[in-house]
Design a protein around this ligand. Sequence first.
Ligand SMILES: Cc1cc2nc3c(=O)[nH]c(=O)nc-3n(C[C@H](O)[C@H](O)[C@H](O)COP(=O)(O)O)c2cc1C
Length: 199
Amino acid sequence: MTLTTTTAVTRADETSAPILEVLAARWSPRSYDPTVAIDEQALASVLEAGRWSPSAANTQPWRFIVARRGSEAFDKIVSNLMGFNQAWTPNAAALIVNLAETTDPDGKPRPMASYDLGQAVAHMSVQAHHEGLHVHQMSGIIAEGLRDAFSIPENFTALTVTALGTIDSPEALGEEGAIAREKAPRERFPLDELVLVNE
Ligand SMILES: Cc1cc2nc3c(=O)[nH]c(=O)nc-3n(C[C@H](O)[C@H](O)[C@H](O)COP(=O)(O)O)c2cc1C
């Protein structure tokens, strides 16, 4: 067992083999500092990391709607999030709507679009953590509301929204349940349950 550093910010846990520090340290907070604006250079690097992600036949079936806190677009995104996501996201420095291109220009399905988009968002998340930002992905979104709000064409679907920002203390969330969730241990299935064959 390798024991990586555990701090309130990283919440890195034990890993059963050494992994990159940025991967061990990544976690998804909901408490963001409402006074800190997005670091534009960091945001540019995050988007660039997504751009260089691999995709099936290099189709790059991803598009992003980027909104900084205080913009009209940001408020439109927040109002198209579900339940609790609407409560904590307003303090994020930026929100990104992650769109998958589900069909090609001839109307043929792109079956790998969701896979490719997820991989692009994973690259972006790792880059964001490397830049000192924290990230929280959400599928609790109102995809059709986002379609209307941003006139998203039929061949694209909003799959997730990513919140990015500077982390704040768990207590800043105010509500007891939310504070407890923010501090709850991060858990994963053991590796031997995930690897089905390992000859
Ligand atoms: C595709 C996806 C959808 C998610 N949807 C939500 C969501 O709607 N609301 C939320 O608070 N967290 C959401 N999460 C965050 C997960 O709950 C979180 O990543 C998971 O519990 C693991 O925690 P960690 O990222 O801190 O390691 C989502 C994460 C992913 C990858």
